[in-house]
Write a protein that binds this ligand. Structure first.
Ligand SMILES: [Zn+2]
Length: 284
């Protein structure tokens, strides 16, 4: 019976998103076993964990999550769990944007950015402090593996730095470009690459726009000469296409998370795909 020994040799981690799963794997390597509790092709607002994912969560030694109000389903998923789960809330690792947003509807428990914008993994620079926190957490759980975790992280950071140089160069010609996005997913990405999110199609995060709001938005887009609408798989393609057509803009669909589409195969590929699509959309 050597199987329990093998299981004990790795740290079992439940990450709430595929992006965090990849960053945990980048640091933990073969010393962790990590799974995402969510599939980015699901609508996070109506998420229900599968029985298998619930078991995964309850058997994990470490929970790694986005924090704020990004995982409104988590409290229910953890109800009745007696496991002593370590909890790594990575919103504490980064500088948040959107914290001045009025705390409307926080009591509904939905994903409405009530405590700041939660999409911080979309600034690739944030992978630096995030992986540093993950390294500290894993090393606290397995002190003898700290050097291995540090070496894994250093390899990842080298690739991240190469990616950042590539992505900044590709988007540099479009610095200052103003775009409209479906959900308020991209402020961290825009901040890193010198773009401006002029407006969102959702009037408030997680709330569909009124007809009057859409009419004003189209008017503003026309007068400001905004030519690109950033969509994502969970947004209504028909609504985006209609608004873009009325405003004389084009829609580019970006991947908001690893695995949201076939090109975003890992954390670095996510930015390769998004930067390439966005540069093409902003071009002539
Ligand atoms: Zn959001």
């Amino acid at each position: 019976m050597f199987l329990p020994l093998l299981v004990a040799a790795t740290i079992s981690v439940a990450a709430t998103t595929t992006d965090l799963r990849d960053l945990v794997a980048a640091v933990g390597g073969d010393r962790v076993s990590v799974e995402s509790l969510t599939d980015p092709r699901q609508d996070p607002h109506v998420l229900e964990l599968s029985p298998r994912q619930l078991v995964r969560l309850r058997e994990a030694a470490l929970l790694v999550r986005i924090g704020l109000d990004h995982e409104p389903w988590l409290r229910r998923a953890l109800r009745g769990s007696t496991a002593r789960l370590r909890d790594l809330d990575l919103s504490r690792a980064v500088t948040l944007l959107g914290t001045e947003t009025p705390r409307l509807r926080a009591e509904r428990g939905a994903h409405v950015h009530a405590f700041g914008n939660t999409h911080y993994w979309l600034d690739p620079e944030n992978a630096r402090p995030i992986t540093a926190k993950i390294l500290d957490e894993l090393a606290a759980m397995a002190p003898k593996d700290r050097d291995a975790f540090a070496a894994n992280r250093a390899r990842f950071i080298a690739k991240l730095d190469a990616g950042l140089a590539r992505w900044k160069a590709a988007l540099a010609p479009h610095a200052g470009a103003r775009v409209v996005s479906a959900h308020d997913t991209w402020p961290y990405f825009a901040h890193r690459f010198g773009l401006t999110i002029a407006a969102t199609i959702e009037e408030h995060p997680g709330v569909a726009p009124s007809a009057a709001y859409v009419a004003r938005l189209v008017e503003r887009m026309r007068s400001a000469g905004i030519r690109v609408v950033i969509g994502e798989p969970a947004a209504s393609a028909a609504t985006l296409a209609r608004i873009a057509e009325q405003a004389g803009a084009r829609v580019v669909t970006l991947a908001p998370s690893v695995g949201a589409d076939g090109e975003a195969t890992d954390y670095l590929a996510l930015f390769d795909a998004n930067v390439r699509r966005l540069a093409a959309a902003l071009g002539p």
